[in-house]
Write a protein that binds this ligand. Structure first.
Ligand SMILES: *[C@@H]1O[C@H](CO)[C@@H](O)[C@H](O)[C@H]1NC(C)=O
Ligand SMILES: *[C@@H]1O[C@H](CO)[C@@H](O)[C@H](O)[C@H]1NC(C)=O
Length: 420
């Protein structure tokens, strides 16, 4: 528990915890999803060219991945190689590269579970320097003509290794079925440093760029889209929710709020937020009233929400007025965060996020106040003037969130992710 709380303090106090790629890669033509459709592909499942095998109930089977809460991050499970190796990697919609720590790993952070051994997998192959995928990552060429990547995140974490191809297996909604995705480009990490914890076996880049897991699997699963439901922070890791991919992963039904994705950057899921309401009081994003298109992006790999300091201060002032308790003033651990001491979950006002076009989602205190230690609840946003605004994973919990890169929308549906 101590490690978890230390990491949360890092998260809340803005110390190096942004798992987001800030190296802007040159825009390269994205692998577009063929509209083959998942069910059509399955008809040909016996063909040696088919990326799928063993789908037991073909017509209803959809690829999915279990997701669990871990230290402010979310770990998703997939399997790698032949024989299959289970990988629990950070689910990160704020970056593209999928990587796993591999042996040998001398310069790597400590990991409890065994690391992937490429020598033991019959389907693993290194990528040469002239492979087109190599140009999609910051790279260097080894003397053996192998493509090495060198990938840096917003929090200063750096991961290095060999770019390779491998077969990746996902679960299928049909139960015992498995979906095989052949020839997925991933990073075999041999030198990884930064803000990772010992349960992280790697990271799964779910951004929109050409090298992301989502873009690579799109032609194989009937579309460049996926959906996920993040359980609240501190939920027992044995409770898993699901991430679904491709055709059939759309978020539909009553109570769905749909917001346009702003095409600003290949990787990021940017949306436009006009302001927030604290209870009934509207607080504009920019006090001038001006709204910049795509002013924030959704990142499952960053716990708190990062907004400009001026906006943060106006929200904190309004929360202070509406919460009938005195905030904690004298705890140096908490810095100048807005925190309250209470035995039970803090009952603060609803925080409404106003998106462009008049749509909105309502956040309750479990999505906006996070306990960094016992009986203390702190506002889970950070004032930050780097110009990069991030809609973090605390604020995304208990919504079924669908990213559809074909329709260019993100959908929110209020959901109890522990039950559903
Ligand atoms: C990891 O990479 C850094 C930076 O290039 C290098 O200084 C260090 O020696 C590497 N560690 C190992 C074990 O290769
Ligand atoms: C993997 O195989 C290569 C080539 O045979 C060898 O050089 C390397 O040491 C092996 N790595 C491990 C971790 O066993």
């Amino acid at each position: 528990m101590a490690a978890m709380d230390t990491i949360l303090c890092h998260a809340l106090f803005g110390v190096a915890f942004v798992i987001t790629l800030f190296i802007y890669l040159g825009s390269t033509s994205a692998t577009e999803a063929s509209n083959g459709g998942f069910s059509v592909k399955l008809v040909h499942r016996n063909s040696p060219k088919s990326p799928f095998y063993n789908p037991s109930k073909a017509s209803t089977s959809k690829p999915q991945s279990p997701v669990q809460a871990n230290n402010g991050q979310y770990l998703m499970k997939l399997s790698l190689g032949n024989p299959q190796f289970d990988l629990y990697g950070i689910a990160d919609t704020g970056s593209d590269l999928l990587w796993a720590q591999c042996v040998p790993c001398e310069g790597c952070y400590k990991q409890i579970k065994p690391k992937f051994d490429p020598n033991k997998s019959s389907t693993y192959s290194d990528l040469p320097c002239d492979a087109p995928e190599c140009s999609l990552v910051p790279n260097s060429c080894s003397t053996q003509n192998v493509c090495n990547y060198d990938y840096e995140y917003g929090d200063g974490s750096v991961v290095r290794g060999v770019l390779a191809k491998e077969t990746i297996f996902l679960e299928s909604t049909s139960g015992n079925g498995t979906v095989a995705l052949k020839g997925i480009t991933f990073g075999c990490g041999h030198n990884d440093t930064g803000v990772f914890n010992q349960d992280d076996m790697g990271l799964i880049g779910l951004g929109g760029g050409p090298i992301s897991f989502i873009s690579q699997m799109a032609p194989l699963v009937g579309g460049k889209k996926f959906s996920y439901c993040l359980v609240p922070f501190h939920t027992d890791p044995s409770i898993e929710s699901k991430m679904s991919f491709g055709k059939g992963s759309e978020v539909l039904g009553e109570g769905v709020v749909t917001v346009p994705l702003v095409p600003k950057d290949d990787t990021f899921y940017s949306v436009t937020v006009e302001g927030f309401s604290v209870g009934d009081k509207f607080v504009p994003f920019d006090s001038s009233g001006k709204v910049e298109k795509g002013n924030i992006f959704l990142d499952s790999g960053t716990p708190p929400t990062y907004i400009p300091t001026d906006l943060y201060e106006r929200l904190v002032a309004e929360l202070g007025k509406q919460i009938p308790m005195a905030p904690i003033k004298d705890d140096p651990d908490l810095g100048n965060q807005l925190c309250y001491k209470t035995k039970t979950n803090l009952k603060g006002p609803i925080l409404t996020v106003h998106f462009e076009g008049g749509t909105n989602v309502k956040l309750t205190s479990t999505q906006t106040f996070i306990p960094p230690k016992d009986e203390v609840f702190c506002f889970a946003m950070i004032g930050d003037d780097s110009g990069v605004n991030i809609y973090g994973n605390f604020a995304q919990t208990n919504f079924l969130i669908g990213m559809d890169l074909e329709k260019r929308v993100v959908s929110f549906k209020s959901t109890d992710c522990v039950k559903d």
